[in-house]
Design a protein around this ligand. Sequence first.
Ligand SMILES: Nc1ncnc2c1ncn2[C@@H]1O[C@H](COP(=O)(O)OP(=O)(O)O)[C@@H](O)[C@H]1O
Ligand SMILES: [Mg+2]
Length: 575
Amino acid sequence: MSDLSNKKSLTALLLKYKYSVIVGLLSLTIVDLCQLSIPIIIGKVVDILTLENSTYTDLNKYALYILLIATLMSIFRFGWRYFLMGASRKLEQSLRNEFFNHLQSLDFDFFNKRKIGDLMARTVNDIETIRMACGLGMIVAYDGVFLLIFIMIAMLYISPEITLYVFIPFPILGLVIYRFGKFIETRFGKVQESFSELTESARQSISGIKVVKAFVVERDEKNKFEKSSKNYLNQNLSLIKVWAFFQPFIAFIAGIATVIFIWLGGMKTITMDITLGDFAAILIYLTMLSWPMMALAWAYDLIKRATASLNRINEIFSIKPKPEELPTINEFKLKGDIEFKNLSFSYNGKKALDNLNLTIPQGSTFGITGRTASGKTTLIELLMKIPDVPRETIFINGTDLARISKNNLRKKVIYIPQETTVFSGTIKDNITFMKPDIEQAEITRVTKIAEIYDEILNFPDGFDTRVGERGLSLSGGQRQRIALARAILFKPEILILDDVLSSLDLRTEKLALQNIVKEMNGKTLIAISNRVPSISGFNQIAVFDSGRLVETGDHSQLMSNQGIYASLYKIQTIQ
Ligand SMILES: Nc1ncnc2c1ncn2[C@@H]1O[C@H](COP(=O)(O)OP(=O)(O)O)[C@@H](O)[C@H]1O
Ligand SMILES: [Mg+2]
């Protein structure tokens, strides 16, 4: 299955950076070996001091060793940190990019069901947890295992018998760590879940702050947020309890091992089975032992957290963009009538369009009007295949839209939605997008048609004014008209405008639409407008009400109908 191949595991992620990881682990190994040799040297020094006929030269030799070791350790400490931490940062970045690209590929439906805050928490927080496990987690795990094994070997080398006794309490520790691992994983899953809720709650109140203030519901919002925040705290506290138990427990086990050793090792030293130097070396190894144990528990904790986060990431990775249901035609000519046949559509069970039948003839100018929430935008979004289109309901030139690929459709049909964004760059970049070698005369011409030319000239740097993220912020209407200029430049087969000129006054809107009609020159133009007079000159006008098509015809037919259209026209031309 393809969705298995996409599932991430910590090892697979690390393997992508195997060279950095290998160099880093080698450096870490050298540092550890240096560290491990120190107790042996100290043991030797103690023996020199306590045994007879030892000399200064011996002492000097060992002092020099220690100096050499200290130098090596500083160099290789830099090495492991640079390579291992560096690899984990690169891994984090590439995973986050991949995750983000995957999100971008998902359907409309997915975003309709998911909470934005939750997705943000996964993109930021869960991926950070994975990075922690791959960097810090791997380092402490390797360090812990390596030191533990070598300390045991070194101790066994000095005195196998003592070592075996000293290690008696350790299997109990192993068992406890193992039992708690699963516990940490589930608890941490809950922590991350509640962080998702917290992020979503913050996102909702921040993005809706104007509404919140307008309706004076700040207190409700505050309570909601505090609730999520408290829940996050409680989940974290329960995780802290686990550690609060863990750490003293490890120290206690290490303490017991030392007790065993002082008693047993002391006896052996008295009976001269081992030297005082051996006693000192083992004692130092024992004090060194609590770090690898702590490290292993810590690594286990980091890895278990990352496993929980990885599950959350993999859950999203396993969701695939829905393939287009039918085999689609890629090179379909989009010239021809657009027909809607018995089209009904619902959002999560709520009907937005009800049994609609409508034909938009090739090359015509087609106006759509109606109250808000009457289904106008839904109709157009279906035509653009933004939500999934039911089969055999929309046809272009007689071919089922379900069979026409999205790619092909969006190459020739341009739709300017009610909400458009500009990208960071200059106004000019935004207009000439994908066609950078357009001449200024042409840019001037299309911006004049889109009724944005004069406004652009009034911006601080004219066409070179920066907009978007760190530039001038444009009004919704300005953004739409810039998108419109870009669309005109593009010469689409079908142009669809969703209330694009409503920020202009009625007269200017009407004039602009007339210019666009001229520009489209026999290609299909569909324009949604709340202001009837501005589309009254169109070949045909459709009036929507509560998801139904209630009137169609040209201006004179609709006027003689004396329905919604006629009354709107009268009201809107009075002023
Ligand atoms: N993405 C969506 N999810 C759920 N309901 C939606 C969505 N988009 C629109 N609706 C609902 O569908 C109905 C028609 O909306 P829409 O097509 O946007 O109307 P109009 O463009 O005429 O204002 C409304 O009741 C609206 O609340
Ligand atoms: Mg709308």
